[in-house]
Design a protein around this ligand. Structure first.
Ligand SMILES: Cc1ncc(COP(=O)(O)O)c(C=O)c1O
Length: 319
């Protein structure tokens, strides 16, 4: 497959008007990132990072690329790497969904599962250990957690949202989006805030692991196991630009899973649990507002969770 075709397949996702949130004349639009080729928003992150690192001369086909992920990023890098001729190694906490692991294998990458007690921090440590002492001309750790190319990848998505809104003569009032590394939230928020200075942003963290919420509220940060994979990694990433987070709220995992399932029945779009979190917060906001425009994002696809459809990850809840 040519590089041109790869680029064409990633991004330019549709905006979905959320028909099931009809409160006080408010309107919610969701950017459908789950429609990217591997089923998640991380295709954008990794295609951008790999292209940029190539153009900077830091990597070239034939090298080994390494990163850590609970699954979406791993599948995206495995896919981009396969298309472009890289060997890919993914470090992932044990107990993630079978579908995510299968995707990584199918795209020809090698998967290293790390011990559950340290969750994603253990995967990051293992990836550092893996590359240490190896020839940097042969192996490169992309490190989506702390590499700011992650956030930069999301500026173009922000531009797409602006172009859509302008084409419809819409001025948005709120941007609501969950934060994992915060690359998605921050890149888009930077663009929306520069184009629409009056927009307010609401970041979302999972209640069991909410470092930004703790920081903003002068609370001690603690990480506990949860079922919102992609959020709550156990540390605040440098890809979260705190200057563009006007408010941060927390969500409950079980309620987010239920909201996702309700949405799938109502609107027949197969989205994942962190999209349920975004919908929950949009809905809470719309209860308090009148005639406002709220923008949110659908990260990934429901099929990635079929093997954990109960919302229970036994490895993380002692089941
Ligand atoms: C399902 C899901 N939702 C949300 C996120 C958060 O995205 P970001 O890391 O850009 O904050 C991730 C990140 O891995 C994810 O996999």
């Amino acid at each position: 497959m040519s590089e041109k075709l790869e680029l064409d397949q990633v991004g330019n996702t549709p905006m979905h008007r959320v028909g099931s949130i009809k409160l006080n004349g408010n309107t919610v639009f969701a950017k459908c990132e789950f429609m990217n080729p591997t089923g998640s928003h991380k295709d954008r992150t990794f295609l951008y990072m790999v292209n940029k690192l190539e153009s900077e001369g830091k990597i070239r086909p034939g090298m080994t690329l390494v990163d850590c992920s609970t699954g979406n990023g791993g599948a995206a890098l495995a896919w981009v790497g396969k298309k472009k001729g890289y060997d890919v190694k993914i470090f992932m906490p044990e107990g993630m969904t079978d579908e995510r692991k299968a995707q990584i294998y199918e795209y020809g990458a090698e998967l290293f599962e790390t011990e559950k007690s340290l969750f994603l921090n253990g995967s990051v440590q293992a990836a550092h250990d893996f590359v240490r002492g190896k020839d940097p001309r042969e192996i490169y750790f992309l490190d989506q957690g702390s590499n700011l190319l992650n956030k930069a990848a999301w500026l173009e998505c922000g531009n797409e949202i602006v172009r859509y809104l302008e084409s419809q003569d819409i001025i948005p009032d709120y941007f609501v989006c969950s934060i994992g590394t915060g690359g998605t939230f921050s890149g888009i928020s930077e663009v929306l805030k520069s184009r629409f200075p009056n927009i307010s942003t609401v970041g979302i963290e999972v209640d069991k692991s909410a470092p930004l919420y703790a920081k903003k509220n002068n609370l001690e940060f603690t990480h506990a196991p949860h079922n919102m994979m992609g959020l709550g990694a156990g540390a605040l990433s440098s890809n979260t630009n705190e200057l563009v987070v006007d408010d941060v709220v927390t969500v409950n995992g079980e309620r987010s899973w239920n909201r996702m399932k309700q949405f799938i029945v109502e609107e027949k779009l197969g989205i994942g649990p962190t999209c349920g979190a975004n919908l929950l917060v949009c809905e809470e906001l719309c209860r308090m507002l009148q005639d406002k425009i709220v923008i949110t994002l659908f990260f990934d696809s429901s099929w990635k969770y079929k093997s954990r459809w109960s919302g229970i990850y036994p490895e993380y809840f002692g089941g």
